[in-house]
Design a protein around this ligand. Structure first.
Ligand SMILES: CC(C)(COP(=O)(O)OP(=O)(O)OC[C@H]1O[C@@H](n2cnc3c(N)ncnc32)[C@H](O)[C@@H]1OP(=O)(O)O)[C@@H](O)C(=O)NCCC(=O)NCCS
Length: 180
């Protein structure tokens, strides 16, 4: 996986020693509220994420999950995932962060670096990125908008979430819309 750095962060692959931090971030009520993760989220869920889910994405070429951390030795603060869509040239991006890592602009910094790499012809080379979030997830929308995603206000957009169709917002970012 391509290693990325920003002024405050190192982005690399989730690893065995991140399992406790993954567990805290994914058991958090806000993460559970907005991301369709296993519920309850157990130690085994975090082990599966690090040992199987993330390596499988890279091996299959379907998705990449970057962990972002303040230094190479620190546990992860959160992750950014880029997943190839069925539509050619398009990928969907998602993120979660541990509660203690929120509100400092760190997710924004990580997302900007990953989006730039994903849209770079010398990187993953996607022509556009999508950000899907449930209506009401204002922190998610603000985060995506801060790096340049533009949201379609059209009513009627929905996402399947834990077996239920829920109102959603879809943001799009192309190379020329990226905000550094
Ligand atoms: C969505 C989520 C990842 C956003 O995280 P976040 O901490 O708000 O994002 P950032 O690290 O970029 O922090 C931005 C906030 O820090 C503030 N901030 C403080 N210092 C900052 C700095 N140096 N630079 C930029 N922003 C800064 C910003 O003003 C902003 O606050 P605001 O949202 O009240 O306007 C987080 O809320 C989360 O994990 N939620 C649960 C999972 C989830 O919903 N995922 C998305 C599913 S679609």
């Amino acid at each position: 996986m391509h290693l990325l750095t920003t002024p405050r962060l190192v982005l690399d692959a989730p690893r065995e020693s991140d399992i406790p931090a993954v567990l805290v971030a994914c058991q958090d009520a806000e993460t559970q509220r907005w991301v369709p993760l296993p519920e309850p989220y157990t130690r085994e869920s975090a082990e599966f994420f690090v040992r199987s889910y993330c390596p499988h994405g890279l091996a299959s070429g379907q998705y990449s999950v970057w962990a972002f951390r303040e230094s190479a030795e620190d546990p992860l603060i959160g992750v950014i995932e880029v997943r190839r869509d069925e539509a050619p040239g398009s990928a969907s991006v998602g993120s979660w962060a541990a509660p203690g890592g929120r509100g400092r602009g760190l997710v924004r910094e990580a997302l900007a670096a990953v989006a730039e790499h994903a849209l770079d012809q010398g990187g993953l080379g996607f022509a556009q990125l999508r950000w899907d979030c449930l209506r009401g997830n204002d922190a998610s929308r603000r985060l995506a908008e801060s790096v340049g995603f533009v949201f379609d206000e059209a009513p009627g957009r929905t996402l399947w979430y834990r077996g239920e169709e829920r109102p959603a917002l879809i943001g799009v970012l192309r190379r020329d819309g990226l905000r550094g």
